[in-house]
Design a protein around this ligand. Sequence first.
Ligand SMILES: Cc1cc2nc3c(=O)[nH]c(=O)nc-3n(C[C@H](O)[C@H](O)[C@H](O)COP(=O)(O)OP(=O)(O)OC[C@H]3O[C@@H](n4cnc5c(N)ncnc54)[C@H](O)[C@@H]3O)c2cc1C
Length: 364
Amino acid sequence: MIVTEKPILILGAGLSGLYAALQLRHAGRQVLLVEARPRPGGRILSESPHGPGHSADMGPGWYWPEMNPRMAALVRQLGLADYPQYEAGARLREDADGTIQTLRHSWFAQPESRRLVGGMQALVAALVAQLGPAVLQLDTRASALSLTPDGVEVEVSQRDTLHMIRAAAVISTLPPRLLANAVRMTPPVSSGLRQRWQETPTWMAGQAKFVAAYDQPFWRTAGLSGDVSSQRGPMVEIHDASNEAGTVALLFGFIGVPAQIRQQLGEAGLQQRAINQLARLFGPEAQTPSWTALKDWAQDPYTATQQDQQPLHQHPYYGHTALPEAWAGHLMLAGTEFAPDMGGYLEGALAAADAAVATLLAGT
Ligand SMILES: Cc1cc2nc3c(=O)[nH]c(=O)nc-3n(C[C@H](O)[C@H](O)[C@H](O)COP(=O)(O)OP(=O)(O)OC[C@H]3O[C@@H](n4cnc5c(N)ncnc54)[C@H](O)[C@@H]3O)c2cc1C
C-alpha cells in the first residue's frame, strides 16, 4: 500500500472535474484528479476519421451559447474556435412504413447550436494542457471514502493495486448512480439518500451514437441539410457533423433501438443497419462510407449502470446535493447530475463545478 499526500482530490476527469481543478488552481490550491478511464473527458469523446484535424463527437457535440453562458465563456477563455451546426437545405422524415418525405426547411435550432472545431475533445485537450500532466492520474478508480480527523482518506485502485490518498477535501464528479454503487462511504450516507442517488438517471447513459464519414458531403449538393427524423430506425435522429468547410464529411445519428436489443444485434449488425438506413435516405453514395464508428454508452461501466439500460422518456430533475452533516465541508458533489441548473448538459457540468468549488473555498 502506497500513501500519497495531496490537498484536494477530485474524483472523475470529465468536464466537471477538469473545470473544478482549473478553478481551484486559479484560487491557488493544489489538486489531484483521479480518473478511472485511461483517458480524460468522461462523456466527451471525439473519434478521428482521418488523424489529427476534425473529429466526430461520439458524446456531446453541441453547446448553445445563448443558454450556456459558462460554456461560452470557457470556449472564449481557452481560445477555441466554434461554428454553427449545418442546417441549410431540406430535411427528411422517414415514417414507420418506410415512406420518406422531403420537408422544405431544416430544423432551425432555437437558440443556435454550435460545434467546436476539432470536436468537443478540443475542450478537454485545452483544459488538460492548462492543468499540466502531473495533476491527472488516469486508470485510477476511486472505491472508498473515509472521514478522518484531518480530512478524507480515499481508496483508489490502479490495475488491481490498492492505494490510499489522503486529501484535505474531496470533490466527486461521479454521476449519482456510480457514486451510490461503486464508492463505499464511512460514515455511510442514509439508505434514503443512497436510494435517491440510485434513482437519478445519468443523462444520455442509455444512448448510442453512430457516425459515418464520406469523401464529400454529397447530401449538401443534393439540397439536403442531413437532418432526418425517423420512425423506422435504427437511427431516430440524424444530422450533419462535418467540419465547417465540409472537407471532412460526416453524418451522425442517435440510435433509437433500446440497449438490450442493440446488444442482441451486435456492433457489426447495428452498424450495417445504420449504413443501410443512410443509403435509403441519401442514396447509393451513402452505402460506402470511408469510416464508421459506433459508441454504445449503455455498455460503458464508467457512465452507465444496469438501471440506465432503460430509455428515458423525459429530462430528469437534477440538483440534489444535500449530504449528511458529518460530510459537510469534506465532500462536495459536482458532475452535471448534481448541477443547480442545466443538469444533464455540459453547462450543468460547469455549473456544478462552480458550486462545489465555491462551497469548498468558503469553508477553508
Ligand atoms: C451521446 C451523448 C450526447 C450528448 N450530447 C450533449 C450535447 O450535445 N450537449 C450537451 O450539453 N450535453 C450533451 N451530453 C451530456 C454531456 O456529455 C454531459 O453533461 C457532460 O459530459 C457531463 O460531464 P461530467 O463531468 O459531469 O460527467 P462525466 O463526463 O460522466 O465525468 C465523470 C467522470 O468520472 C469518471 N469515473 C466514473 N467512476 C469513477 C471512479 N469510481 N473513480 C474515478 N473516476 C470515475 C468517469 O470515467 C468520467 O470521466 C451528451 C451525452 C452523451 C452520452
